[in-house]
Design a protein around this ligand. Structure first.
Ligand code: CAA
Length: 385
């Protein structure tokens, strides 16, 4: 369907599609098998200027918004979600800087991100603070000239491979969510080390590591925005980035649907290609309907966010929840219609299914997000009364 993308958006989408097919497709199975971070592909993306997409023009970026980011993520994920999430987490790691950093901070870090010289990551989650994000324990104690960080961050995408980390830590332990602040912490800062690299079910090309801070001094200039604003900054940035997880789910579902159509066109049983059998047609048609409905919701939400709208928490959550539940459903059925072949590693179907699962879990589990949607519905009703 034509979503009336601008010429620049079409160009970005086509470029991402070409790189995904030419550079990612040939190595995706190997990256998945070896759990290898796609360093060479990130360089290809940088060389194609795709890491500039979400950075404002003033800092050597292309000035794109949520829509452009979703278009790139969707195309990468159509081939490999491990690569797509490495790309998306880079954007997530720069959102607080872009929205709340000073001119000096932006000039210092953003051109390097835009050019792909430095990769970014976002560090909120901790061993005891996942869905319950405001219960983080990492502290940033004020000292002369800066802060001392202590604590452990867990499940950090791009952990170890990124150079820049947006870290959420408590500057005032007595104030809970209102006592959290955001900092930009550079790799190789003394006192900042990496814990174990996680072994994952899916998105295995991406790296997921623990970050460990032990008496790690960071200068005052590392503080992004004001002290105490970290939790609200985080909630806002997650509202903005969740359609990107929807786009990841959408891309991998599209990839699985295409692979299922290809296979069922060629596979002959009972004297006919599988695709001419009614029950298989029903399944493929349902998959196609769900993929297109997700695309429509994600693009509409991304456009709404890019229009400068305020208060899009529920729409952003809806796009992520709908697309990720759809992805689990579509990839499971894609494996099913391809039978034994779908289950084997010679075909990409089983990888799409494994990759789909995480989209229901990260950047807010679908349970937490349904709760957030319900809260917004209640507020809306209360306002109307
Ligand atoms: N926008 C603006 N403000 C918001 C907000 C939003 N979306 N959500 C909450 N707030 C505000 C509230 O209004 C409240 O403000 P006041 O103190 O002025 O009243 C404040 O934040 C605290 O709100 P709550 O009491 O509702 O906070 P809570 O502690 O109960 O939070 C939660 C609940 C919203 C579920 C939150 O914990 C949450 O979002 N959890 C999910 C965590 C998450 O998404 N983690 C993702 C990690 S990143 C990742 O996964 C990346 C990756 O690897 C790819």
């Amino acid at each position: 369907m034509d979503y009336f993308l601008t010429e620049q958006q079409k160009m970005i989408k086509d470029l991402a599609k070409r790189i995904a097919e030419e550079k990612v497709m040939p190595v995706r199975a190997e990256l998945d098998e070896k759990e290898e971070f796609p360093t060479a592909i990130m360089k290809d993306l940088a060389d194609a200027d795709l890491l500039r997409v979400f950075v404002p023009e003033a800092y050597e970026g292309l000035g794109g918004g949520c829509t452009e980011l979703c278009l790139v993520v969707e195309q990468l994920s159509r081939v490999c979600s491990g690569v797509a999430v490495s790309y998306a987490a880079n954007a997530l790691g720069t959102f607080v800087l872009m929205d709340f950093g000073t001119e000096e901070q932006k000039q210092k870090w953003l051109p390097d991100v835009a050019a792909g010289r430095k990769l970014a990551a976002f560090a909120l989650t901790e061993p005891t603070a996942g869905s319950d994000a405001s219960s983080i324990k990492t502290t940033a104690d004020k000292v002369e000239g800066g802060y001392i960080l202590n604590g452990t961050k867990q499940f950090i995408t791009n952990g170890g491979d990124a150079e820049l980390y947006t870290v959420i830590a408590l500057t005032d332990k007595t104030k809970g969510a209102r006592g959290a602040s955001a900092f930009m912490v550079e790799k190789n800062t003394p006192g900042f080390t990496f814990g174990k690299k996680e072994k994952k079910m899916g998105i295995r090309a991406s790296s997921t590591r623990e970050l460990v801070f032990k008496n790690c001094f960071i200068p005052q200039t590392a503080l992004l925005g004001r002290e105490g604003a970290g939790f609200l900054q985080t909630m806002r940035l997650l509202d903005r980035s969740r359609p990107g997880i929807g786009a990841q789910a959408l891309g991998l579902s599209q990839g699985a649907l295409e692979a299922a159509v290809d296979y069922t066109r060629q596979r002959v049983q009972f004297g006919h290609p599988l695709i001419s059998i009614g029950v298989v047609q029903d399944m493929l048609a349902d998959m196609a309907i769900k993929v297109e409905a997700s695309r429509a919701l994600i693009y509409a939400t991304a456009r709404y966010i890019d229009s400068g709208a305020k208060g899009f928490t529920e729409y952003s959550a809806m796009a992520k929840v709908f697309a990720s539940d759809m992805a689990m459903d579509v990839t499971t059925n894609a494996v099913q219609v391809c039978g034994g072949a779908g289950y084997m590693k010679d075909y990409p179907l089983e990888k799409f299914m494994r990759d789909a699962k995480i989209t229901q879990i990260y950047e807010g589990s679908n349970q937490v997000l349904r709760n957030a949607i319900a809260i917004e519905l209640r507020k809306r009703k209360a306002k109307a009364e």
